[in-house]
Write a protein that binds this ligand. Structure first.
Ligand code: NAD
Ligand code: DAU
Length: 369
């Protein structure tokens, strides 16, 4: 198989590319990425010279280039991850999100349709797998502010309802609205043209190579340098955290075994209130840096809440578990330890990606925090 992966130089994409290149020497993996501020080829240094891997710098909105690439590489499958992914940026600049996430996805769909339709076998044996987010479903209620025990989370649960695959779409941020729109286009291409599509909606990922504007890597880096930790609102929003390698494993399972036209939710069975996870991160960084555990708790700084901040996300991924046998392999305690260690040991990576363009954007966005 020749598989085109978009956004492979980003956080999740780089883990997916690595897993496929390592596990499937018989496949050709073509990584297409525009290398925006979030894309970094340093994320793939360990596999860049493999014979079953190639990289192409291209914009997913450039349909002619994508079509020509699909034809040249005789692409059988697409795993589409390229997107603008940070909610705070979408609040400042929604148009970039509409362009990449909506028009970019539409261009990818149209290029795949036009190329595959021309082949004698047409859509037979082909698949277009679109990676989406749980944020399209909106927010859940927080009916247990202190959390209660439940089989739905290895930690606690904070409400009685969960996102299932048939839940109504109710996006609130420009980011989630753009992802919801892209999901609708993917379904429309299946229902209208018969394009063999699959969609997955995943919860919050964490792990190595995540750009340090997202909560976990931003806070690890700030604690290391004893900089304030900007906690939005009261820190009581809840997220469901999944180690990124487990997301990549789920993508592998679904790409190979998932049923065409289906949607699968992917989650960590691992709900945490922001302020609780922040305290775990502080204690872990302190311990690993040889500081007294909790010494940096005073860095916590409550700041103005994110506009339209969704209160709680919690994924019900029992369909994926029951139908395809996937479940997270790592406990959160192991995952967070690995993650903190990785960031502390890879300060050069953090410095490289947080310099230059990112730094200017960062200062502009966070100057009042
Ligand atoms: P990321 O921001 O780390 O990476 C995005 C990648 O896409 C970058 O390499 C960037 O260069 C590339 N890209 C952006 N615009 C492009 C364009 N126009 N053409 C080509 N490449 C372009 O994102 P991520 O966190 O790895 O997320 C990947 C995907 O997974 C996204 O679709 C996101 O919506 C989805 N997702 C993310 C999470 C999460 O917690 N991070 C959870 C669920 C779903
Ligand atoms: O749920 C999946 C989504 O998870 C993905 O689709 C997105 O691409 C990804 O960015 C992530 O979105 P969130 O907005 O949940 O992630 P973020 O790391 O930005 O924030 C996590 C929580 O922490 C959220 O409630 C906001 C809060 N937060 C975040 C930052 C960056 C803070 O309190 N302070 C901060 O500085």
């Amino acid at each position: 198989m020749n598989i085109l992966i978009t956004g492979g130089a980003g956080f999740i994409g780089s883990h997916v590319v690595r897993l496929f290149v390592d596990k499937y020497p018989q496949y050709h993996i073509i990584n297409v990425d525009k290398l925006t501020y979030a894309g970094n080829l340093a994320n793939l240094k360990d596999i860049e010279n493999r014979s079953n891997y190639s990289f192409v710098k291209a914009d997913i909105c450039d349909i002619e280039t994508i079509y020509a690439l699909m034809e040249k590489e005789q692409v059988d499958g697409v795993i589409h991850l390229a997107a603008e992914s940070h909610v705070d940026r979408s609040i400042k600049d929604p148009f970039t999100f509409a362009r990449t996430n909506v028009m970019g996805t539409l261009s990818m769909l149209q290029a795949a349709k036009l190329y595959w339709e021309k082949l004698p076998e047409k859509f037979e044996g082909k698949r277009f797998y679109h990676i989406s987010t749980d944020e399209v479903y909106g927010a859940l209620e927080l009916s247990h502010p202190e959390g209660i025990d439940s089989e739905m989370s290895a930690h606690k649960v904070y409400g009685d309802t969960f996102f299932t695959e048939d839940r109504k779409y109710q996006p609130h941020s420009p980011y989630s609205a753009s992802k919801a729109s892209s999901d609708h286009f993917v379904r429309a291409f299946h229902d209208t043209y018969g394009l063999p599509t699959i969609i997955t909606n995943c919860s919050n990922n964490y792990g190595p190579y995540q750009f340090p504007e997202k909560l976990i890597p931003l806070f690890i880096n700030n604690i290391r340098h004893r900089k304030p930790l900007p906690v939005y609102g009261k820190g009581e929003n809840v997220r469901d955290w999944l180690y990124v390698v487990d997301h990549a494993r789920a993508i592998d399972t679904i790409f190979h075994k998932g049923a065409i036209s289906e949607t699968y939710n992917i989650g960590g069975f691992n709900e945490w209130k922001n302020i609780d996870i922040i305290k775990v991160i502080i204690k872990t960084v302190d311990r690993l840096l040889g500081r007294p555990e909790g010494a940096d708790l005073d860095l916590i700084t409550y700041v103005t809440d994110r506009a339209g901040h969704d209160l709680r996300y919690a994924i019900d991924s029992r369909k994926l578990k029951n139908e395809l046998g996937w479940e997270p392999s790592l406990q959160f305690e192991e995952g967070i330890e690995l993650t903190v260690r990785w960031y502390l040991e890879n300060e050069e990576w953090v410095e490289n990606v947080t310099s230059g363009e990112y730094q200017r954007y960062y200062e502009d966005m966070y100057k009042d925090r």
